[in-house]
Design a protein around this ligand. Structure first.
Ligand code: FAD
Length: 414
């Protein structure tokens, strides 16, 4: 069936990329983007990095306003899609508008998780997901002497680095026994632990926060840990993970399970509805296991996959996931993913570089680097292009230098 009208719910990274890719792939029909947030689509990564210092909102915009007019993309901002009438193929907004679609793309992202901690609803507990959140945090940090951060993941630690660089006292509270536990190897966690401590950040690991106490304006607030210890600060950043925005899909009877369930082509259980990015639970091309990724790269690659399918060039999503995080002067880059606790090999370079190679069943599956852009790029290329998996023995033979493996005949010309 020819498609005339495509509606995209969510005007974040993935929703924007879907609209742009549809035009690049030659889609000539109507595109309507509907987003809950005000203003133009913008990128989130700088919110916990440069934006905290510079507050330059224009630099966050993915494209200027003129782009949307030039590409005939209707942007409906500050509007929430309330529900989907699948039989009629209509979305209904919170303002009562009814917008019909031939194909619907759900790009609804995630929201901050709120763990069951007594007192967590206090006004002094702030989140960091949107530009509005970042603006609130900047006001709070200007007036603060000490900042408490609940969560030692990417966002919590990026904010910790910014706050330290601004001269604030910083305490990071992490329930797990190590930093960024879900995302990186124990060696890499230890590297970042040393770095944050050396910069003067106080880390308290392995103790969940059980209570937040707020005595009101002008008085400090406190986070109490499971072991009874109490930490005092001027405000708290809650950065304890996210939840997928899947309720819109679930209410319409679309399959969800830790995200909106999609197939290898990013199609949901309804053939007229796709889902992408942070909210999509998709089959890992390498293992087949259903996963959800929270990264710009995954959202953008998903969007391109959907745009190709909707313009008659279907191809399954098979991109290699990669991630980055900036903390102080350390640029962490990760190529590939693994949840396994298999063999690892860690090494430092002469400069400030640090490398961790992670294996599953003797195969290299993930490479974590700090301040080593060339090694990261080599890892992305090798993990994507080699038909033969790279084994522990291959790596051993080259003294754990990916550059040497780049000279293998099959990758040299790739
Ligand atoms: C502070 C911060 C730092 C980050 N840093 C990095 C980084 O360094 N590297 C990296 O790769 N990733 C980073 N990320 C993650 C990255 O930004 C996300 O993975 C990416 O934005 C996902 O894109 P998305 O389109 O799936 O969702 P989003 O960009 O979150 O967009 C979803 C949009 O949908 C809207 N929406 C939801 N429901 C509705 C509805 N019913 N109606 C209308 N609109 C709706 C939401 O309001 C939101 O605007 C960071 C995220 C944050 C918050």
């Amino acid at each position: 069936m020819a498609l005339d009208e495509i509606v995209i719910v969510g005007t974040g990274q993935g929703g924007f990329q879907a609209a742009m890719s549809l035009r690049q792939e030659g889609f000539g029909g109507r595109i309507t983007m509907i987003g809950e947030e005000p203003g133009l689509p913008y990128q989130r990564p700088p919110l916990s990095k440069a934006y905290m210092k510079e507050a330059n909102a224009e630099r966050l915009q993915l494209r200027p306003e003129s782009f949307f007019a030039q590409n005939s993309i209707d942007l409906v901002a500050a509007t929430c899609v309330d529900h989907i009438e699948r039989d009629a193929r209509i979305v209904v907004t919170d303002t009562g508008s009814r917008i019909s679609y031939d194909h619907l793309i759900l790009a609804t992202g995630t929201r901050n998780a709120v763990p069951p901690i007594r007192g967590i609803k206090s006004d002094r507990v702030l989140g960091l997901r949107t530009m509005a959140d970042a603006d609130r945090l900047r006001t709070a940090i200007d007036a603060a002497r000490r900042v408490i951060i609940i969560g030692g993941g990417f966002i919590g630690l990026e904010f910790a680095a910014v706050a330290r660089a601004m001269g604030r006292e910083v305490v990071v509270l992490e329930a797990a026994g190590r930093l960024m536990e879900r995302a990186v190897s124990p060696d890499m966690s230890a590297y970042f632990e040393r770095m944050h401590v050396a910069q003067g950040t106080v880390l308290k690991l392995g103790q969940p926060v059980v209570e937040v106490e707020d005595e009101g304006p002008g008085r400090p607030c406190r986070a109490r840990l499971a072991n009874g210890e109490s930490v005092e600060g001027d405000f708290i950043l809650l950065a304890a993970g996210v939840r997928p925005n899947q309720e819109l899909a679930a209410a319409a009877g679309i399959e969800t399970e830790n995200g909106i369930v999609v197939d290898r082509f990013l199609l949901t259980s309804d053939p007229h509805i796709s889902a992408l990015g942070d909210c999509a639970a998709f089959p890992d091309p390498r293992t087949g296991a259903r996963i959800r990724l929270e990264s710009v790269q995954a959202a953008s690659d998903h969007a391109r996959t959907i745009a190709k399918r909707l313009t008659g060039k279907p191809a399954a999503y098979d991109a290699l996931p990669w991630f980055w995080s900036d903390q102080f002067s350390a640029k962490l880059q990760i190529a590939g993913i693994t949840s396994a606790t298999g063999k690892t090999f860690a090494r430092a370079s002469d400069g400030d570089g640090f490398y961790v190679y992670r294996f599953e069943d003797e195969r290299l599956v993930c490479v974590e680097t700090v301040n080593a852009a060339r090694e990261h790029m080599a890892a992305r290329k090798l993990l994507t292009t080699t038909s033969e998996p790279i084994s522990w023995r291959d790596m051993e033979r080259t003294g754990f230098e990916l550059a040497a493996l780049m000279k293998r005949p099959e990758t040299a010309g790739a």
